[in-house]
Design a protein around this ligand. Structure first.
Ligand SMILES: C[S@@+](CC[C@H](N)C(=O)[O-])C[C@H]1O[C@@H](n2cnc3c(N)ncnc32)[C@H](O)[C@@H]1O
Length: 294
């Protein structure tokens, strides 16, 4: 199966060049190595996305910001007579996704490296566009979602998971709380490309409506993130993350040791028979391309 793009387009919008570097540089190696752990952590959100996407056996599906491919593989199993295109800006993550699909014995998946904001999709070539936490990184969300709308057929469905604000997401908040060590840490700028880029419901509605979607709905989904099987496992995962290393940089040895002990204590507070569970909240966003005509 070939890439459905009918003409050459720039691989990446100039404005998304930083994201391209971030998702193709040294830091992404940690993500590739820990892909199973990242994905398992958020696994309780997956059934929400798949139910909302309502994939039928013959559907043509686009998975945006598909990462190492957990949602791609799940979608491909639903679209058993159809096809899934996994689009991501990251070469290393697409490679991991390709290996995963091969391992799963799936032949109905195509992997495409590109920027969802500017990639030239064949018009109206998908029945469903979905994303598991892969659409919050666009410099120009309205342009990106207009591009995705054009890729959907009339009446086609959009289903997305995006994180709610930091205050409702202890999986990241726990790092800020325990590793700040008295320093004022800058909160992520609302709306800026990053994990919380689509946290504001009004922004999401505005962006999707302006991009040409209709029936926009946001459902509040609260599920725990599972950071590990036990405290040691969760501590190993959390200390491997880029943000953890960033927050620890600049602390002297004593402050660093104390901060890491606070992190460990906090994880121990959250440990139980199902592992180390911390609070998380996503918006399940659904919308449609209008079935106009005439
Ligand atoms: C938080 S990860 C989510 C990955 C995967 N969907 C998952 O749930 O594990 C965000 C993904 O979006 C991708 N991404 C960021 N900006 C993008 C863009 N402009 N176009 C396509 N993919 C992008 C990244 O490379 C990364 O794989």
């Amino acid at each position: 199966m070939t890439d459905p793009a009918p003409a050459r387009a720039p691989l990446v919008a100039e404005a998304n060049a930083d994201q391209f570097r971030a998702w193709n540089g040294d830091d992404v190696r940690g993500w590739v190595v820990n892909a199973d752990r990242y994905e398992a952590a958020s696994a309780r959100f997956d059934p929400w996305l798949l139910r909302a996407a309502g994939i039928r056996p013959g559907d043509r599906v686009l998975d945006v910001g598909s990462g190492a491919g957990v949602s791609t593989v799940a979608a491909a199993r639903f679209a058993e007579h159809g096809h899934v295109t996994a689009l991501d800006i990251s070469g290393p993550l697409l490679e991991a996704a390709r290996r995963r699909a091969e391992h799963a014995g799936l032949a109905n998946v195509t992997f495409v490296q590109g920027d969802a904001q500017v990639h030239r999709f064949a018009p109206a070539s998908f029945d469903v566009v979905l994303s598991r936490f892969g659409v919050m990184f666009f410099a120009d969300p309205r342009a990106a979602f207009a591009n995705l709308a054009s890729a959907l057929r009339e009446g086609g469905r959009l289903a997305l998971l995006v994180w709610q604000e930091l205050a409702r997401n202890e999986w990241l908040g726990v790092l800020f709380d325990t590793l700040a060590a008295g320093r004022p840490l800058p909160a992520p700028a609302p709306g800026a490309p990053g994990p919380f880029g689509l946290a504001d419901p009004g922004t999401v509605r505005g962006v999707l409506t302006a991009a040409g979607f209709t029936d926009v709905d946001l459902a509040d989904v609260r599920e725990p993130e599972r950071l590990g099987a036990d405290v040691d496992d969760a501590y190993a995962f959390m200390t491997s993350l880029g943000p953890t290393q960033g927050l620890l940089a600049g602390l002297d040895e004593a402050a660093r040791t104390a901060a890491l002990q606070r992190l460990r204590d906090r994880l121990a507070d959250r440990a139980g028979p199902d592992g180390v569970l911390v609070g998380a909240a996503a918006w399940l966003v659904t919308a449609r391309r209008p079935a106009v005509s005439g």
